[in-house]
Design a protein around this ligand. Structure first.
Ligand code: C5P
Length: 219
């Protein structure tokens, strides 16, 4: 095991959506399946890393030997991430974290209204940006960007604003990319904004490409 490339490295991966409660029976969520994050966690573990996977609500199962922490909301994910981050060497934030949550969670099921219902939303914490602010020189931080327009510029902006070492762009415009799909099509930007474009591949193969990009930084 000592000869494995990520042996001794502590790695954190987030995966899946978050659910933000509206009342005891309803939530605001998104279409993330968790497949990409679980594939990544599995590949990183196969390379010998000591992986902690922080997973939102998802039906995925990890294949490898890793620690799994299940969370529901953005706030729970934030708490789990911030408690583990200081001890991690490599962090990959793949989760589709909700950007907004209901300002108040109703204690009882909200009754059907006569006409429209207005929900007040407040911003959640940007976990990745917060980790980027705390990041030490020896830590590697990788983020994802899912965009529908002007993808490359938004991705590069995120890399700089959130203090990332790599940003993985996947576009909803590409066939065979995104949420529920078993395949993905990515472009990786590194810190010097060097761009690598990949073909559409299975999420396992995509995870291998992302791992290779991480290994390149370590070497
Ligand atoms: O800014 P945007 O949400 O598009 O950035 C996406 C990246 O930020 C992903 O890596 C995602 O996991 C992370 N993120 C986060 N916390 C949030 C929102 C996004 O960690 N509240």
């Amino acid at each position: 095991k000592q000869s494995m490339p990520l042996y001794g490295k502590k790695v954190m991966v987030t995966a899946g959506p978050t659910y933000e409660a509206i009342d005891p029976v309803r939530f605001i969520g998104n279409h993330s399946s968790g497949k990409m994050g679980f594939a990544l966690a599995d590949e990183l573990a196969k390379l010998g890393a000591d992986v902690t996977l922080i997973a939102g609500p998802t039906a995925q199962k990890a294949n490898s030997d890793l620690k799994r922490i299940d969370v529901v909301s953005a706030e729970e994910m934030f708490n789990a991430c911030t408690s583990i981050f200081p001890q991690t060497d490599i962090t990959v934030m793949c989760a589709a974290v909700a950007d907004y949550r209901p300002k108040v969670i109703a204690g009882q099921k909200i009754k059907k209204q006569e006409s429209e219902l207005v929900l007040a939303l407040e911003k959640t914490v940007d976990i990745l940006a917060s980790l980027g602010r705390d990041k030490k020189a020896n830590q590697i931080l990788v983020g994802f960007a899912l965009e529908t327009n002007d993808e490359e510029n938004y991705a590069k902006g995120k890399l700089e604003k959130k203090n990332l070492d790599l940003v993985i762009l996947n576009s909803l415009n590409d066939k065979g990319a995104g949420f529920k799909s078993d395949t993905n099509k990515i472009t990786i930007f590194n810190k010097t904004l060097e761009r690598t474009v990949f073909e559409t591949k299975s999420k396992t193969e995509v995870a291998k490409d992302i791992c290779a990009a991480i290994l390149k930084i370590i070497k």
